[in-house]
Design a protein around this ligand. Structure first.
Ligand SMILES: Nc1nc2c(c(=O)[nH]1)N[C@H]1C(S)=C(S)[C@@H](COP(=O)(O)OP(=O)(O)OC[C@H]3O[C@@H](n4cnc5c(N)ncnc54)[C@H](O)[C@@H]3O)O[C@H]1N2
Ligand code: MOO
Length: 405
């Protein structure tokens, strides 16, 4: 059977109707890690008035050559200063205070001496015109788009929005992604082992963490044995509440690979089954009543990679993000041996040297699709196409970066 190409499978994924965009309003402090649903536009200038950035005296720069300048009074921060400076006058003004009208420069305390009766200053060291004055709009101007819709909210976004008095913030609703690992040989975390052929399930934990990191609400369904009825019931229950159901295992050609048969029996439309990729060629994508099912292979590395390739784009679209992950072009620092005629996704290390990305495979093991440890230490994924053969050092390749998605 001719498998669908990776490119076609991604285009078809992109064409799936994910329904209308959903959002909610949250108090600012509860939005860390969430995805902005609206552009954040400055409603006013920052600062809104010329502001002193040092403690000192607001003066007219032209007066700095005078013998002395008369002190008109004090202007603490927060004071709505209305006095207008005349020639030869200054006002003691503090960091964060509004500059009085008529003043163009702030000369800091360290640069002046004050007369004995504190009514005038003498200039010990001049400053430049406009010194220590933050002009209107220094930070941003009214109308500037400061943060784009689709941005993941971090500490800086929280701070900037607080500065704009955004008490409530509209964020994308988290898609609900249910994750289940199937297989009679797998043991869930903490479960007692009673024979050495059993293996510890990592998939349901890896994938819940991956999807949470991508901004979804992950529903941990644990493990299920290779039992048709049990898997079917679990899938049915999960689809009642989740937007996306992700299963691992049971999609290959073995006698106990039930998942691939169960999905159509649930009344789901199979969008495709089998893509020319390594790992993950047995992937099945299906949909039912606006919900999506991704049935993924059981191997730990395979299920992780295909979750990145097929799960993250769906989540990203539901969140209104512009891209699920960053892709860059990088140069091979060593020779690469292509293992198949499929599009391959190889765990690699990425280094940035003088602004250029380089790829190497130091400490990455070559073997089956079971080696999840290859994803440790900030691994990226190198993409090589169906038509690529072995690649020489220095060849440019595409890389999926797995940070900050
Ligand atoms: N005759 C063929 N055999 C296989 C083919 C094939 O085309 N013809 N494809 C191979 C490929 S490629 C893959 S990938 C696997 C996919 O098989 P399944 O999706 O049916 O997965 P399982 O057989 O259930 O498990 C595969 C492997 O992964 C381990 N596993 C399963 N679940 C977990 C888990 N939750 N955490 C960690 N590891 C897990 C499982 O023990 C197996 O070792 O099929 C190949 N075979
Ligand atoms: O399709 Mo499998 O996921 O290559 O190991």
């Amino acid at each position: 059977m001719k498998l669908l190409s990776y490119e076609t499978s991604q285009n078809m994924l992109d064409l799936l109707d994910i329904g209308s965009f959903r959002s909610e309003n949250l108090p600012l402090s509860s939005t860390l890690g969430r995805i902005l649903a609206d552009d954040i536009v400055a409603e006013y200038n920052d600062p809104q008035f010329p502001t002193a950035s040092m403690d000192g005296y607001a003066v007219k720069h032209a007066d700095l050559d005078s013998d002395s300048i008369s002190i008109l009074g004090y202007n603490p921060a927060g004071n709505d200063e209305r006095r207008v400076l005349a020639d030869g006058e200054c006002i003691k003004t503090f960091t964060g205070s509004m500059m009085p009208e008529g003043a163009d420069t702030l000369i800091q305390i360290e640069n002046v001496s004050v007369s004995e009766n504190s009514d005038k200053i003498y200039i010990d060291e001049k400053v430049n015109f406009g010194s220590s004055v933050r002009p209107i709009g220094e930070g941003y101007k009214a109308g500037d788009v400061l943060i784009k819709k689709g941005t993941k909210i971090g500490f800086a976004e929280i701070g900037v929005m607080a500065g704009l008095n955004k008490v409530m913030v509209k964020v994308a609703l988290k898609p609900r992604v249910a994750v289940i690992s199937t297989g009679s040989e797998i043991l869930d975390l903490g479960e007692q082992s009673d024979n050495p052929a059993q293996i510890r399930s990592s998939n349901n934990y890896t994938l819940c963490a991956l999807f949470e990191q991508a901004g979804a609400d992950a529903i941990q369904l644990g493990t299920a044995p290779d039992d048709r009825d049990e898997i079917m019931q679990t899938f049915e229950n999960a689809l009642a509440s989740a937007d996306i159901l992700i299963s691992t295992g049971g999609v290959s050609v073995g006698d106990y690979d039930f998942v691939k048969d169960i999905v159509p029996r649930l009344g789901a439309e199979v969008v495709y089954k089998g893509v020319a990729i390594k790992p993950g060629k047995h992937i099945m994508v299906a949909q039912r009543e606006g919900k999506f099912i991704l049935a993924l292979p059981g191997f730990a590395y395979s299920s992780t990679v295909v979750s990145i390739l097929y799960g993250l784009p769906l989540i990203s679209k539901m969140l209104g993000k512009s891209e699920p992950y960053k892709r860059v072009e990088a140069k091979l620092s060593e020779r690469f041996t292509k293992r198949s005629r499929l599009t391959e996704f190889t765990a690699c290390n990425v280094e940035v040297v003088d602004g250029e990305y380089f790829v190497n495979f130091k400490d990455k093991k070559v073997g089956s699709s079971a080696i999840l440890t290859n994803m440790l230490n900030g691994s990226a994924l190198m993409v090589t196409g169906e038509d690529d053969g072995d690649l020489e050092e220095g060849t440019f390749v595409n890389v999926i970066l797995l940070e900050n998605f």
